[in-house]
Design a protein around this ligand. Structure first.
Ligand SMILES: C[S@@+](CC[C@H](N)C(=O)[O-])C[C@H]1O[C@@H](n2cnc3c(N)ncnc32)[C@H](O)[C@@H]1O
Length: 213
């Protein structure tokens, strides 16, 4: 199964995107709350797949003052972010995560709201290895994903594949499990892997995989 998905995001209206954040329980930045203590003093971070800027907004609301590199492959979101956020610390990069090319090393990379699920397991592993090259020593990669229950917006095709069907398109996803992340940590030579379990505001069981370089 290929996980193309780009048309799902090309066709989504920002209002619908915001609604999804409400339904899934991310609109308050509950995910950012879990990790903000580890981020607040970062000089530079990168976010993979910015969308309409939900997470960046939550970071700025909490007083984040470091540089933010925002990676996004849908041009309309890049344009939207540049227009809405007139912030000298925000650098939007129109890139595909699979060809990630950051201008310098960062203290943290954020891959939030199931973004990693848009790659199959082999690509997830390759991306996690590649991201390490862009992390300073002691820098961290924060991957946010579902624990095991997919409620509200997706249906499970089998143990790993999830499909989200909306009026404007279909999104296919590959669900990694904790044991996969432990194997990837070893394979990519990260120093440690921390697991943070929490719930979204609508009761979804979520997890952060925090890889330290
Ligand atoms: C679920 S949304 C998450 C948006 C944002 N990170 C948040 O937490 O609110 C995933 C975003 O990643 C982008 N995306 C998906 N695959 C990508 C890729 N390979 N390269 C760059 N961006 C990608 C999508 O266009 C979409 O905006």
């Amino acid at each position: 199964m290929t996980l193309a998905n780009i048309d799902f995001y090309r066709n989504i209206q920002i209002e619908k995107f915001r609604e999804l954040a409400g339904v899934t329980g991310f609109d308050t930045g509950v995910d950012i709350d879990q990790i903000y203590p580890q981020l607040k003093d970062a000089k530079a971070i990168a976010e993979l797949g910015v969308g309409y800027g939900r997470a960046i907004d939550e970071l700025l609301k909490r007083g984040f003052e470091g540089k933010i590199y925002g990676i996004e492959r849908v041009k309309s979101f890049v344009n939207y972010m540049e227009k809405e956020y007139n912030n000298e610390n925000l650098f939007m990069l129109h890139q595909d995560i699979e060809e990630l090319d950051l201008p310098k090393k960062v203290d943290a990379v954020l891959w939030l709201w199931s973004g990693i699920l848009e790659q199959n397991l082999e690509k997830q592993r390759d991306s996690i290895c590649k991201i390490r090259k862009y992390l300073k020593t002691g820098g961290k990669l924060f991957i946010e994903a579902p624990q095991d229950k997919i409620k509200f917006v997706g249906m499970k095709i089998n143990k790993h594949y999830i499909r989200v069907e909306m009026d404007w398109g279909t999104l296919d996803a590959y669900m990694p499990y904790e044991e996969d992340m432990h194997l990837i940590k070893e394979y990519c030579h990260y120093k440690s892997l921390e697991i943070i379990k929490y719930q979204s505001t609508t009761g979804l069981d979520r997890v952060f995989y925090v890889f330290e370089n």
